[in-house]
Design a binder for this molecule. Structure first.
Ligand code: UN1
Length: 505
């Protein structure tokens, strides 16, 4: 039976020890780790110096040169072992996610489950990195396409999914034959240390074929992120975070022709159509808008309700919002934990004030009188999409608006500069199909009768426009982590040239 401490600081330190993080890593550093549950500092971890970061990236590059020679199914075995470590550590790591990121326990555990799922997916994938055989126009020739490892994959992750997003990238990158250099959010250094310790345990079990430096951790601030982005030994950077961050990262990668896999802001919408099952729709809206205290990139932020159902939907939502429990995310029955830090609380208050000035009617949204930054989720009835509605505020604010016809609702939904996730609630087949069609939702994710958040790992995850265009996780996202070669082989003794060109010397 493992001991659980009431005090989150003690609790986190005990979990870190159990997860295999050495005490030394938690002492005397310069990077403070907090728990948003009370706002207290847990400990200080060492950030990496730019010189040391460069050495680690060099180590990862050397590891890549060895790792790429191992057959992919063998690489999959390491990821399988890592998945086993995660299964064993699920309860502890999930709780640590709760302590450091503030999400409720079932979501903390869900995040680790997401890691386990992507490991399983990647293990299967390690035997399915298929190329193609292509028809060639020349006799006695064969043409094919092969996929090769790419190099060191840089991963920049955000506080809200402090470990799962890294694992989407790392599990695929590893089976694809790459090394990984990870710059976690400076708001969540502890879960990163724990994951690194679990990975190292898996690598030790795997044996010497897993080279030193295969997965390196670069704790630190934006300067360390910039260093990763600018390093010529890093051919791909997968970055998750704000659109503002992406605007800095993308041009720097483009300047050196490196690949960018960007997963940036979302401003996700749902449409509640006249035929919607309101019971189901309200439950889905509640989870998508209030879950993770509104701090998912897939959080539902804009709701368009058909005018004939508006009053009913609003009164149901008001009732749900009034009864949802906000508080210590470790407590049973609590569904909304704290915001990550005081700046997040201030951004929420500023957005609500702006919405009010733009004619919004606010229900809820006030702060709780306790340590940490706890807020009641806010429902805001808006006359239309004012500027504040079209901006992503990383907090539990749901803007509710009426619509008259579906084309208008889809246009309003697509008017946001971001394009991550979207939903429609309808029992009308024509409406559902219209929403999913080429003239429907312009997002990377479009759902029917489920909310925009909480995607499974099997699909490709990401979005369009200011969301950055990257796709991670399932489907064929692995192709972003490999380089494609087209090979033409001549097994005859003539040398026919393509397009019938003749060149007799
Ligand atoms: C994120 O918020 O950065 O679809 C990722 C979801 C989760 C992942 C969210 N599976 O909500």
């Amino acid at each position: 039976m493992t001991e659980v401490f009431e005090n989150p600081v003690q609790d986190a330190l005990a979990l870190l020890a159990r997860l295999g993080v050495s005490r030394l890593a938690l002492e005397g550093g310069d990077l403070p780790a907090h728990t948003p549950i009370t706002g207290e500092e847990i400990c200080r971890v060492a950030s990496v110096s730019p010189a040391e970061a460069s050495v680690r990236i060099g180590g990862a590059h050397a590891a890549f040169l060895a790792w790429r020679r191992l057959p992919a199914p063998r690489r999959g075995e390491l990821v399988r072992l890592f998945g086993e470590e995660l299964r064993t550590a699920k309860a502890d790591l999930g709780r640590l996610v709760t302590l450091e990121a503030g999400k409720v326990l079932s979501e903390g555990l869900g995040e680790v489950q997401e890691m386990i799922d992507i490991c399983d997916f990647a293990v299967g994938l390690s035997r399915q990195l298929y190329g193609l055989t292509l028809a060639t126009e020349r006799p006695d020739h064969r043409m094919m396409e092969t996929w090769h490892p790419l190099g060191v994959v840089g991963v920049i992750s955000a506080f809200n999914f402090p470990v799962a997003v890294w694992s989407w990238n790392a599990a695929l990158a590893l089976v694809c034959g790459n090394a990984v250099a990870w710059k976690p959010s400076e708001k969540t250094p502890l879960t990163a240390l724990a994951v690194q310790a679990l990975f190292e345990r898996a690598a030790a079990r795997f044996g010497p074929e897993a080279p030193e430096g295969l997965c390196v951790l670069l704790q630190g601030g934006a300067d360390i992120g910039a260093l990763l982005v600018d390093d010529p030994r890093v051919p791909l950077v997968s970055a998750t975070g704000s659109t503002a961050m992406g605007r800095k990262v993308a041009p720097r990668l483009a300047a050196r022709f490196a690949r960018a896999l960007l997963e940036l802001g979302g401003n996700n919408a749902a449409i509640v159509a006249p035929s919607a099952d309101l019971e189901l729709a309200v439950r889905a809206v509640a989870f998508s808008a209030m879950g993770t205290a509104g701090q998912r990139c897939t959080t539902l932020r804009r709701l368009f309700v058909h005018e004939t159902r508006y009053d009913e939907v609003l009164s149901r939502l008001k009732a749900v919002y009034a009864r949802v429990r906000v508080g210590d995310p470790r407590e049973e029955g609590v569904l909304v934990g704290p915001l990550i830090d005081p700046a997040a609380g201030e951004a929420m208050a500023a957005a609500l004030a702006e919405a009010e000035r733009a004619g919004g009617r606010i229900h809820g949204g006030g702060p709780l009188d306790r340590p940490g930054v706890f807020v009641r989720p806010a429902l805001v009835e808006m006359p239309g999409q004012a500027e504040v509605v079209l901006r992503e505020t990383f907090a539990p604010i749901l803007y509710v608006m009426r619509y008259r016809d579906l084309a208008g609702a889809i246009a309003a939904q697509n008017a946001a500069p971001q394009g991550l996730s979207s939903s429609i609630f309808t029992r009308d087949l024509q409406e559902a199909e219209r929403f999913l069609s080429a003239e429907g939702s312009d997002c990377g994710i479009a759902n029917v009768n489920i909310g925009p958040s909480g995607a499974e790992i099997g699909g490709a995850f990401g979005g369009e426009k200011e969301t950055g265009g990257g796709r991670e996780s399932g489907s064929d996202s692995w192709k972003a982590y490999m380089r494609r070669a087209t090979n033409t082989i001549n097994y005859g003794s003539a040398l026919p040239l393509a397009q019938g060109v003749s060149f007799e010397v």
